[in-house]
Design a protein around this ligand. Structure first.
Ligand SMILES: NC(=O)c1ccc[n+]([C@@H]2O[C@H](COP(=O)([O-])OP(=O)(O)OC[C@H]3O[C@@H](n4cnc5c(N)ncnc54)[C@H](O)[C@@H]3O)[C@@H](O)[C@H]2O)c1
Ligand SMILES: [Fe+2]
Length: 426
C-alpha cells in the first residue's frame, strides 16, 4: 500500500480525495470535465496539411525533425520524409523504441534529442513508439521532471523546444490523442501509467496507409484495446459528457468494423474505421480514465509479458461481470452500451452479463484469447506469477477509477477465474 501511495501521490491531496470520494467516485463527475485532444487529421491529406503547419510554425534555419520509430515501423519513415524534403527540413530517424516503452530506451531518445535539438518529434508506430516519443519529449523539454510522479494537475510548460506529432501504425491505443504515457520500469519490470494534459500530442495523423499491412493478431489485440478504452471510459469514476459521446461512437464502430477488418485484411474502409474508432476510444478514456481491466492488464504485461491489447481485452468481460452486480449505476451504463449492439435482457445486471458474453463471442470470432489457458499461459507460470500480478495490479493507477472498490483478495480471485475462463460470480 505504501508503494501505491507513493506512486499516486496526487491522490493524497485532500481536494482530489474529496472529488473522488475514495471510491464512491460519483462526486468527481461534474467537478472535472476537462477535455483534451490533439488536432486530428484523418485521411490521406493529413501529411500534406502537416507540412503546411510545420512550414508556418518553424522558422527556416530551425527546421529539424526527429522521427521516432521501432525496428519494424522504420519502414514507414519514407512516407513522411518525402514531405519533409519538400520543405527542406533537416531530419534524423531514430528507430530505437521497443515494445512497452522501457525506461532505458526513453533515456536513449532523450540523448538524441539533446544532441540533435529537434523542433518537432514525429512518432510513427504503435502505442509503444508513441509513448517512447512522448516520454523522451517531456524529458527533453523538462529534464527535471520525474515521470512516475507526474500529476494531471501539474503545470509543466512543455513546447518551449519542440512540438509532437503522432502517426499510429496500429489500431488500438489512441495514444496519439491521450495525455497518458505507459512505461516499463526496467528495474522492477512493472508497467506504470503517468498523465498530464500537456502530454497530449499537438497533432495526430490517422492515415490508413500506415495500418494497411497490420497482421491479423495485432489487428485483433489492438482492436480489443480500443474496445476496452471505450467501455472503461464509459464507466470510470471520472467519466463525463465529452468522454461519453466518444465512447458511444467508438463501441458502435468497433463492433461493426473490427470483425470486418479481420475477415478481410485488405479492407481499407474497415482499417480506416478502426483507426478512427481507436482514436475516439482514446479521446474517451484519455479524458475519463481506464479502470479495472487496465489494472489487471498492465500487470499481465509486466509479469507475463502478454501484449497490452490481449491482456486488457481478456480482462474486460470479467470486470464487467464483477462491476455490474455491485454498482447499479454502472450496470445501467453497461446496458446502454449493450443496447448499441441490440442486447436487452430483463434488467440491467442481466443485460450487462449478456454484454460480457457478446464481448467474449467477438473475441472468439477475431481470435483474441478469452482466458489465460487460451492464451497458452502454463498453469505453473501463472501460479508462480500470481502474487506479483496481484501486487502490481493493486499499485496501478487505473484501479482508483474503477466504479467498484476492490482489494487484493478479489484481484487474486479475478485472475484465477480468468485463468480457467470462468464467469465471475462474486
Ligand atoms: N499512452 C496511452 O494512452 C496508451 C493507451 C493504450 C496503450 N498504451 C501502451 O501502448 C503499448 C501497446 O501498443 P500497441 O498495441 O500499439 O503495440 P506496440 O506499439 O507495442 O507494437 C507491437 C508490435 O507491433 C509492431 N507493429 C507496429 N505497427 C505495425 C504494423 N503496421 N504492421 C506490423 N507490425 C506492426 C511493432 O513493431 C511491435 O513489434 C503498450 O505499452 C500499452 O501499455 C498506451
Ligand atoms: Fe489500453
Amino acid at each position: 500500500m505504501d508503494k501505491k501511495r507513493e506512486q499516486l501521490a496526487f491522490y493524497e491531496m485532500d481536494i482530489v480525495k474529496d472529488m473522488m470520494g475514495l471510491m464512491g467516485g460519483r462526486a468527481l463527475r461534474g467537478i472535472m470535465s476537462n477535455f483534451f485532444t490533439s488536432r486530428i487529421y484523418a485521411g490521406k491529406v493529413g501529411l500534406f496539411l502537416v507540412k503546411n503547419y510545420l512550414e508556418a510554425t518553424i522558422e527556416k534555419g530551425e527546421r529539424r525533425a526527429l522521427i521516432i520509430t521501432d525496428a519494424f515501423t522504420e519502414r514507414f519513415a519514407g512516407n513522411v520524409t518525402k514531405y519533409l524534403d519538400l520543405m527542406q527540413m533537416d531530419y534524423k530517424i531514430w528507430s530505437g523504441a521497443e515494445p512497452e516503452a522501457p525506461l532505458n530506451t526513453i533515456e536513449e531518445g532523450v540523448k538524441i534529442c539533446e544532441e540533435f535539438k529537434p523542433k518537432v518529434l514525429i512518432a510513427i508506430g504503435g502505442g509503444s513508439v508513441m509513448d517512447t516519443a512522448k516520454a523522451a519529449w517531456v524529458l527533453y523539454e523538462k529534464p527535471d521532471v520525474e515521470l512516475e510522479s507526474l500529476s494531471p494537475f501539474d503545470e509543466l510548460g512543455l513546447r518551449a523546444k519542440a512540438k509532437l506529432i503522432c502517426i499510429p501504425t496500429t489500431t488500438g491505443t489512441g495514444s496519439e490523442v491521450t495525455k497518458a504515457i505507459v512505461i516499463r520500469d526496467d528495474e522492477t519490470g512493472r508497467k506504470f501509467a503517468t498523465m498530464n494534459p500537456e502530454l497530449t500530442p499537438d497533432i495526430a495523423i490517422l492515415d490508413p496507409e500506415f495500418v494497411v499491412g497490420l497482421p491479423k493478431e495485432l489487428t485483433a489485440y489492438t482492436g480489443m484495446d480500443a474496445l476496452t478504452h471505450a467501455i472503461e471510459g464509459y464507466v470510470s469514476v471520472w467519466k463525463n459528457d465529452f468522454s461519453d459521446g466518444s465512447s458511444l461512437q467508438a463501441v458502435k464502430m468497433v463492433f461493426e468494423w473490427l470483425p470486418k477488418s479481420i475477415e478481410d485484411l485488405t479492407d481499407l474502409e474497415a482499417r480506416e474505421k478502426m483507426l478512427v474508432a481507436a482514436c475516439l476510444a482514446g479521446m474517451s478514456f484519455g479524458n475519463s480514465q481506464a479502470a479495472l481491466a487496465h489494472s489487471l492488464g498492465h500487470s499481465m504485461g509486466s509479469v507475463l509479458r502478454t501484449h497490452h491489447g490481449l491482456s486488457v481485452g481478456m480482462a474486460l468481460p470479467y470486470t464487467i461481470e464483477f462491476n455490474c452486480t455491485e454498482c447499479e449505476e454502472t450496470a445501467a451504463q453497461y446496458s446502454e452500451l449493450a443496447g448499441l449492439i441490440g442486447i436487452r435482457e430483463k434488467d440491467d445486471v442481466a443485460t450487462s452479463m449478456k454484454f460480457a458474453e457478446a464481448i467474449r463471442e467477438l473475441m472468439v470470432k477475431i481470435g483474441s484469447p478469452t482466458s489465460f489457458k487460451e492464451a497458452g499461459v502454463k498453469k505453473k507460470d501463472f501460479k508462480a506469477g500470481l502474487e506479483k500480478l496481484v501486487e502490481f495490479a493493486m499499485m496501478d493507477s487505473s484501479l482508483t477509477m474503477n466504479p467498484r472498490n476492490t482489494d487484493s483478495n478479489e484481484l487474486r480471485k479475478l485472475y484465477e477465474y480468468m485463468f480457467d475462463g470462468k464467469k465471475i460470480d462474486f
